[in-house]
Design a protein around this ligand. Structure first.
Ligand SMILES: Nc1ncnc2c1ncn2[C@@H]1O[C@H](COP(=O)(O)OP(=O)(O)OP(=O)(O)O)[C@@H](O)[C@H]1O
Length: 310
């Protein structure tokens, strides 16, 4: 059942076209990802879903409501993760929960939420004293305090260390398992790959593709890459004539060969017959990043990488 429908959405800020004819639907109970590089138009899109921004053109329906016109009613059923600056520094965790509970006619049990988000021990801590991960978890708690049918989570794990990211992912899955539909905005490939049932790949305000993470990778042919250092002189022609090989690149003494289908065993066999040993061999499956590059013809120019976190 479709519960969010975005049709031909356009939004510009002055001369900047932020969202350029975006369409997609979100089904009840799924984790739907909106993945794209910085500035792709992800936040603007979800702000139109939340009723915070009025589209210049196009239609948005959420739970059969017009988000701008029916914003008060929608806010009772859609929870959005707060931006970090939205809470007062001196507000205590329990006070924030009480305050946000008071906005809803049928709020969730705050104590239970704090327990689930591992924040029970921080009830009396001021917001400013929380770690990055604790602040992030509190913002998730506040997105869920209204018992929403839909939760919109924007840049869920930015700034978290690897363990906190994994914990947050498990948490989001448990929220989904309780029946909440989740719209997840992210510029992290691994997060999208791990969490999303389906995702819209967005670039420069436009939808490039919508599919499951696996489906997106398959769209680019499910390529594999094999990288190694040959033990003896290797003539490119030996590999080029193998069916399925799409390209070869040398990087110093290492060669990377990409191809679809059964290329890896064929390459290994050809090397063996030529009495060449592939030293330091590594095989990688195509991933979402490859799909993005292949579908847009550009690198995913995210400024932040996972390695730079934490
Ligand atoms: N209030 C605003 N005024 C002017 N331009 C804006 C405003 N908000 C966003 N933009 C511009 O619109 C484009 C899309 O921004 P948006 O925040 O929707 O993208 P995003 O994909 O969420 O990026 P990020 O991950 O960096 O937040 C960008 O070029 C951005 O600079």
């Amino acid at each position: 059942m479709t519960i969010i429908e975005v049709e031909n959405l356009h939004k510009r800020y002055g001369e900047t076209v932020a969202v350029d004819d975006v369409s997609f639907t979100v089904d009840k109970g799924e984790i739907f990802g909106i993945l794209g590089p910085n500035g792709a138009g992800k936040t603007t899109t979800v702000e139109c879903i939340e009723g915070l921004r009025k589209p210049d053109r196009g239609n948005v329906r959420v739970l059969d409501m017009d988000p701008v016109r029916d914003r008060a009613a929608l806010s009772q059923r859609l929870g959005a993760q707060l931006q970090e600056s939205a809470l007062q520094e001196k507000l205590k965790v329990a006070e924030a929960i009480d305050l946000y509970s008071s906005f809803y006619s049928d709020p969730a049990d705050g104590d239970e939420l704090l327990e689930m988000l591992d924040l029970s021990g921080k009830r009396d801590a001021q917001y400013r004293k929380l770690s990055g991960g604790q602040k992030q978890r509190l913002s998730i708690a506040l997105a869920l305090i209204g018992n929403p049918e839909i939760a919109v989570l924007d840049e869920l794990t930015t700034g978290l260390d690897p363990q906190a990211r994994r914990d947050t992912w498990a948490l989001i899955e448990s929220v989904r398992d309780r029946g909440v539909t989740i719209v997840l905005v992210t510029h992290f490939m691994d997060e999208a790959e791990r969490l999303c049932d389906r995702l819209a790949l967005i670039d420069r305000g436009r939808v490039v593709a919508i599919d499951t993470p696996d489906g997106l990778v398959q769209q680019v042919g499910g390529e594999q890459r094999i990288r190694f250092r040959p033990s003896a002189h290797l003539d490119d022609a030996l590999l080029r004539e193998i069916p399925g090989v799409s390209h070869l690149t040398w990087e110093g003494e290492h060669i990377e060969v990409a191809g679809a289908g059964n290329v890896v065993p064929l390459i290994v066999t050809a090397l063996n017959e030529a009495q060449i040993v592939p030293i330091d061999m590594r095989v990688d499956q195509a991933n979402l990043e490859d799909a993005f590059v292949s579908l847009t013809g550009r690198a995913f120019d995210s400024e932040e990488t996972n390695e730079s976190q934490g």
